[in-house]
Design a protein around this ligand. Structure first.
Ligand code: FEO
Length: 395
């Protein structure tokens, strides 16, 4: 195994999940990694583990660097099972290692893995653990990503290990930002933020401000998924500040599905109307695009236009699923509009409008409905609908 050192005595011992394509509903077209780090000084600490299906590989990687009886500390920054589910294996191999987590982390470890983990010791923001010349400082980060989450900061090496924050689902043989295509890296970081961290935007802004106030210099960010930021850690911090503040541009995303191409024709005409006003437009048909891809496009858009045919007097299932997902992710600063075709009673546009308003979305009304198949006059109305939305977001 090639040793991957972040700095002297700090090693990546994570695993690459090349073939995962569905991360509880999030389409991970480029796979993922579960990053675990081994810190060797006078004492040895392991920060986070990996998904349990890769426990053997984690054990093998650690074994190449040290023996398990030399592991003094295990830090669990986050209990979600992609990071903690190898802990029972590691704890059994290193029974004398002291385990540290936040208070909520300890409770969650007991809930996941049983009373053996009553022995977990709790830490809070500002607590430190000396492992020789190196010091680990803990920063609680509740809800980034779960209530238990915390960051570990290596004081002398200036490395932040923030677990889920600043990650990407990206499987590569390279480990650092200066080794991979920067566009691919930012594409995956954007998708990750859009689908995992977007609803936590206010907490992200506050946590970054808190880190700034602590005046802790950061030379490297080593998250628990994907690539380590060593060339330019500020790039991802600044991107998070922009995303969490809801920075958007003159862009409209049209998300739709269709049964007999009527809503499809409407979507295309609406997109033409948007583009005619000099506004960027993206058109995504669900069943061709995953909802996680749609949310990534929506992140920096000022408006989202959702088209659904009426099925059984209601919303077409893919759009129902999309709206449920979007509402949960709480996208900021968007104008939402709804359109679709119907045969007799209608219901999809009415239903989507109601759901969006109940969620507190800013809804453009009225929506646009077309009976059966749009004719020339109907397509003109679609074009005008797109033009109106584009003019509204341009201000
Ligand atoms: Fe990567 Fe919240 O787990």
């Amino acid at each position: 195994m090639v040793k991957v050192a972040l700095k002297n005595g700090i090693f990546w011992v994570g695993v690459v999940d090349w073939n995962i394509r569905d991360f509880h509903g999030y389409v991970t077209n480029r796979g993922s990694t579960y990053n675990s780090y081994l810190i060797q000084d006078e004492q040895t600490a392991l920060v986070d583990t990996v998904k349990n299906s890769f426990a053997d590989e984690l054990v093998a990687k650690i074994s190449e660097l040290t023996s398990f009886d030399k592991i003094d500390y295990i830090i669990i920054n986050h209990v979600e099972m992609d990071h903690s589910s190898s802990l029972p294996v590691i704890a059994a191999l290193a029974p004398n290692a002291r385990i540290f987590a936040s208070q909520r982390g300890k409770e969650a470890l007991i809930d996941h893995y049983g009373p053996d983990f009553e022995r977990v010791e709790t830490v809070k923001t500002g607590d430190e653990l000396k492992v020789g010349k190196k010091t680990l400082r803990f920063v609680e980060a509740p809800m980034l990503h779960w209530p238990d989450s915390m960051f570990t900061y290596l004081v002398e090496d200036k490395i932040l290990m923030p677990n889920d924050a600043f990650g990407q689902h990206l499987a590569t043989s390279e480990r650092f930002d200066d080794e991979v295509d920067p566009h691919v890296l930012m594409e995956e970081a954007t998708m990750y933020y859009s689908n995992i961290l977007m609803p936590l935007a206010p907490l992200i802004t506050r946590k970054i401000q808190e880190l700034v106030a602590m005046k802790i210099p950061i030379e490297m960010i080593a998250p628990s998924h994907g690539i380590i930021w060593r060339k330019d850690p500020m790039k991802i911090i600044n991107a998070y500040l922009d995303w969490s503040s809801g920075v958007s541009r003159n862009k409209v995303v049209v998300v739709f599905d269709t049964m007999w191409h009527s809503t499809d024709k409407m979507a295309r005409a609406i997109a033409d109307g948007v583009a005619s006003q000099g506004v960027d437009v993206k058109v995504l048909k669900l069943r061709s695009y995953a909802i996680s891809e749609a949310m990534t496009e929506i992140l920096d858009a000022k408006a989202v236009l959702v088209g659904s045919p009426t099925l059984n007097n209601g919303i077409f299932p893919t759009l129902g699923s999309f709206l449920t997902y979007a509402i949960g992710l709480k996208p900021k600063n968007k104008l939402w509009g709804f359109f679709g075709s119907f045969g007799w009673g209608g219901g999809a546009v009415r239903g989507m409008t109601k759901v969006a308003k109940e969620a507190g979305f800013d809804v453009y009304e009225p929506g646009l409905e077309i009976k059966y198949v749009p004719d020339e006059e109907d397509l003109k109305k679609c074009l005008e609908f797109g033009e109106q939305i584009a003019r509204k977001i341009k201000g």
